[in-house]
Design a protein around this ligand. Structure first.
Ligand code: ZN
Length: 144
């Protein structure tokens, strides 16, 4: 079997597609078998790949090392990206195929759009609660 290089594969996407379809037909169920045999390694690789992007995005918005804009909490596991003016649901509706990885990839591919900040989960929740209270009493949403 001829082993194609990544460079060759990029230059010949149609040939790659045909070869993959042929291989799929000749080896039904190979993907499931491969996934089952390599599940732990694949999950770890996926997790590490996502965390790398996440760290890159958080550092872009809050500096290195990343920290919450409001309270300066810096445990990266508890930090997240916040839409300053809200709009997260709208963005998710516009991009129904977002998953955790593609979300971070989208930020990078869109050249780190404005309107985001890094908040810890506590501050993010407090902002959410305060907005709910303000909305309940008919006042304008806050952003901090
Ligand atoms: Zn905070």
């Amino acid at each position: 079997m001829l082993i194609a290089t990544k460079k060759w594969q990029k230059k010949n996407p149609e040939k790659v597609k045909i070869a993959r379809e042929k291989y799929d037909k000749q080896n039904p169920g190979w993907k499931n078998k491969y996934y089952q045999e390599n599940q732990e390694r694949l999950l770890r690789k996926n997790y590490e790949r996502t965390q790398k992007l996440r760290r890159q995005v958080l550092e872009h918005y809050s500096g290195k090392p990343s920290k919450c804009k409001l309270c300066s909490y810096d445990k990266i596991e508890c930090l997240d990206l916040d839409h300053i003016q809200g709009g997260g649901n709208k963005l998710r509706k516009e991009n129904p195929r977002f998953n955790y990885y593609s979300w971070w990839k989208w930020i990078i591919n869109n050249n780190y759009p404005k309107g985001f900040q890094v908040l810890c989960r506590n501050c993010n929740w407090l902002k959410h609660i305060n907005n709910l209270k303000l909305l309940k009493y008919g006042r304008k949403k806050i952003s901090f």
